[in-house]
Design a protein around this ligand. Structure first.
Ligand code: DAK
Length: 263
């Protein structure tokens, strides 16, 4: 791959967008390589992913403006579909994805972080949706995911003004869960990912699906989704071991060694 690297550490995979000369901007090749990288993740041996950017300055500085500037309407639509497909794949990926935002997260960069389950960032991170200044609307789900994450009023303010916000403001409005010094960001992300990976994998996957699917429907339908995914955990080795350990008061036994059970 030219612009995306993948490293596996135990049950955790780290996906790095590696195009630092263009501040990790998303061109077609980056999007294609991201799709291929996610599709190649071995879901039997991987329980959590981290998505980050190479270098110390930028997570992703948006979609590639140079590439976009010459697109025809049809090509623009194809480029938008490619991005949307990748972002939706990340959002619905069976295991959790943590965005470790290490600098600029603008336009498509902010949007790809919002496709992840959890966002943490470095102190130098900058978030924004500058698209209206470029004559376009946010096109990779920004109008939808930002409003869902930070509320309609704040999302409208950020999108209409195209004003970037720094890490502390992103934390204040709930766009990121925590802010760390740059050198601590990846170690913290790995520790969080390892903590997630230590829990029952089927239960974690089902939680992601329950939250994602439940957020799209009304509460009556949402609790039915939850019931089904709750029931799905029973009779798994994890459920038997997890509850058995509690009842036997054996706190030393952990779920960590139980492999993911394909169904
Ligand atoms: N695209 C291409 N190259 C970029 C880039 C980008 N988004 N951002 C930075 N670069 C390149 C710069 O051109 C420069 O390249 P060289 O000149 O060295 O060859 C290099 O990265 C370093 O950038 P700067 O020299 O500008 O670095 P500074 O520290 O001075 O400034 C900056 C950093 C992040 C503030 C600045 O680079 C900047 O404002 N970048 C653009 C940020 C931006 O506007 N991003 C949003 C892009 S719009 C769609 C779906 C989605 C989208 C579009 C369509 N459809 C459904 C069709 C998404 C749109 C966007 O994301």
């Amino acid at each position: 791959m030219e612009f995306v690297t993948y490293e596996q550490e135990g049950f955790v995979g780290v996906v790095t967008i590696n195009r630092p000369k263009a501040l990790n901007a998303l061109n077609s090749t980056v999007l294609e390589e991201l799709e291929a990288t996610f599709k190649a993740v071995d879901l039997d041996t991987t329980r959590c992913l981290i998505l980050t950017g190479a270098g110390e300055k930028s997570f992703v500085a948006g979609a590639d403006i140079g590439e976009m500037s010459t697109l025809t309407k049809a090509e623009g639509e194809a480029f938008g579909k490619k991005g949307n497909d990748v972002f939706r794949m990340i959002e619905t990926f069976p295991i959790p994805v943590i965005a470790a935002v290490n600098g600029f997260a603008l336009g498509g960069g902010c949007e790809i972080s919002m496709s992840c389950d959890i966002r943490i960032c470095s102190e130098n991170a900058v978030f924004g949706q500058p698209e209206v200044g470029l004559g376009i609307t946010p096109g990779f789900g920004g109008t939808q995911r930002l409003a869902r994450l930070v509320g309609e009023g704040m999302a409208k303010q950020m999108i209409y003004t195209a004003r970037n916000i720094k890490a502390d403001e992103a934390y204040r409005i709930g766009l990121v869960n925590a802010v760390y010094p740059l050198e601590e960001l990846l170690p913290v992300a790995k520790k969080m990912a390892a903590g997630i990976a230590a829990n029952a994998p089927i239960a974690v996957r089902n939680c992601k699906k329950a939250i994602n699917d439940g957020m799209q429907v009304d509460m009556d339908k949402a609790i039915v989704i939850e019931e089904k995914l709750f029931g799905d955990c029973f009779e798994t080795e994890d459920q038997k071991a997890g509850m058995g350990n509690f009842l036997e008061k054996d706190k030393e036994k952990k779920l960590k060694v139980v492999p993911f059970q394909n169904k």
